[in-house]
Design a protein. Structure first.
Length: 449
């Protein structure tokens, strides 16, 4: 057994299984603590997030911050909406059957409370370092929970894990998609990504936010419109697909590739785990971007976290799942992104595969941009501002290495570190849950309406 296999086993058995359960429990606890905020106040949250964009609402109360609330959302979505929305959903259905989709919805519902709480704390405890606003789990662990050791652990795990989940894995996905679809050599794709990425990343969060504000709405719209067209063509199969999801969630449902049946346990396990790691609620990473938003109140920015999870899982992942089911691609025996390509090709012959490939390219590259900022802020917390330029430069180099498929052992190690970074964050959420609840009550009692 090689080191990669050992790391993969450790990640799946010692981290993913217990972490999935803990994140779900924390989400349930916070949902109760917030009195079903994400359900009872969902219309209000929509009005003050996406609705504010339609009204072109401007912030009148003075607020420190580097970027707008919407830019913070798109930066976080750029990191969250990625290969998991294309390949992760397919894998969940392969391993857990259609019922896994229902449990993805469940995990996302509780994940809304978790993501909201992370952001509220990140904004509440944010600070200024050499004139720049910074925040995230490392700061609310240090200032709020007064546990600098846990803060340093989160920063260490985050700074290192970013090179895998947010860099090399994504770069390799882009390079493979470009080669498979357009026949372009991976080393040239890697070089282009590294150069283009450098132009954006070296400009810091403001430049990253400006790019993601343009890219994220486009990539989501592009993928969603293609998906909606397929669902219109296959509208008669949608009720059957929904029936498969519900029956599979609570009983036994046939799965793909000769799989005799997906038990309730498998549907629950893979649906919950894929849902959590698709929207990243519980990892704490997205709060690093939201912490620098120009927002008048922590709760107001927390609302964007609810919308973030909703868009990622309830919109994009659900659409992918329905397309896999209505086209019958889930029963072909292929897995991951290949299954999604097959589904779109069946739905839109001749063009469907290009929608998936282009969507994957944009999803993965935008993830590289946002995780560059996450990792940089973690490194900055540990080593100071002097480390920023070195980290950014190293990040660009690893984009090229990742596109070639190099250092795969580091990919496996980063999976382990990515899981480990969630534990300090979850301790902070539990330890500061009263602060979250108090800020929420104060906002609705007399805050900004």
């Amino acid at each position: 057994m090689n080191i990669e296999a050992i790391l993969e086993w450790f990640h799946n058995v010692a981290i993913v299984l217990p972490l999935t359960f803990i994140i779900l429990v924390v989400g349930v606890f916070l949902t109760s603590k917030l009195r079903l905020l994400q359900l009872k106040q969902f219309a209000y949250i929509l009005y003050h997030t996406l609705g504010s964009l339609l009204r072109r609402e401007k912030i009148t109360k003075p607020s420190s911050g580097e970027i707008t609330p919407f830019q913070a959302l798109t930066t976080a979505l750029a990191a969250t909406v990625g290969t998991g929305n294309i390949a992760g959903v397919a894998t969940a259905i392969t391993l857990g059957g259609p019922g896994a989709v229902f449990w993805m919805w469940v995990s996302a519902f509780f994940g809304m409370a978790t993501k909201y709480s992370e952001i509220v704390l990140a904004v509440h405890y944010r600070t200024k370092v050499e004139g720049s606003v910074v925040g995230g789990p490392m700061y609310f662990l240090q200032k709020g929970l007064r546990m600098p050791f846990l803060a340093s652990l989160f920063a260490l795990f985050g700074a290192l894990a970013a090179f895998g989940i947010g860099n090399m894995v994504q770069a390799n996905s882009v390079a493979d998609a470009v080669k498979t679809t357009f026949g372009f050599p991976v080393h040239l794709t890697g070089l282009f990504m590294a150069l283009f990425g450098a132009l954006i990343i070296l400009g810091g969060i403001k430049r990253i936010a400006r790019v993601t504000t343009s890219v994220v709405p486009f990539m989501a719209f592009f993928y969603v419109i293609g998906g909606l067209i397929i669902l219109v063509f296959f509208y008669r199969q949608i009720p059957l697909a929904l029936g498969q999801i519900l029956s599979g969630a609570f009983g036994i449902q046939a799965a793909a590739g000769g799989f005799a049946g997906a038990s309730l346990t498998r549907a629950w396990r893979f649906g919950i785990s894929r849902g959590i790691f698709t929207n990243e609620a519980g990892l704490g990473s997205a709060s690093i971007a939201h912490a620098v938003a120009r927002t008048p109140h922590p709760v107001r920015q927390g609302f964007w976290g609810v919308i973030e999870v909703f868009i990622d899982t309830h919109v994009i992942c659900t659409m992918t799942a329905l397309i896999l089911l209505v086209t019958g691609a889930w029963q072909t025996g292929v897995d991951g992104a290949s299954m999604t390509v097959e589904a779109f090709s069946r739905g839109l012959p001749g063009t469907g595969q290009y929608i998936v490939a282009i969507g994957l390219i944009f999803f993965a590259f935008s993830t590289i941009l946002s995780w560059a900022y996450y990792g940089e802020k973690c490194a900055e917390y540990l080593l100071g501002r002097r480390s920023v330029h070195f980290y950014r430069s190293l990040w660009v180099v690893f984009i090229f290495i990742g596109s070639l498929g190099g250092l795969r052992t580091l990919w496996s190690l980063s999976d382990v570190l990515n899981g480990l970074m969630a534990f300090p964050n979850l301790v902070g959420l539990l330890g500061l849950s009263n602060v979250i609840a108090t800020l929420t009550r104060e906002y609705f009692a007399g805050g900004l309406k």
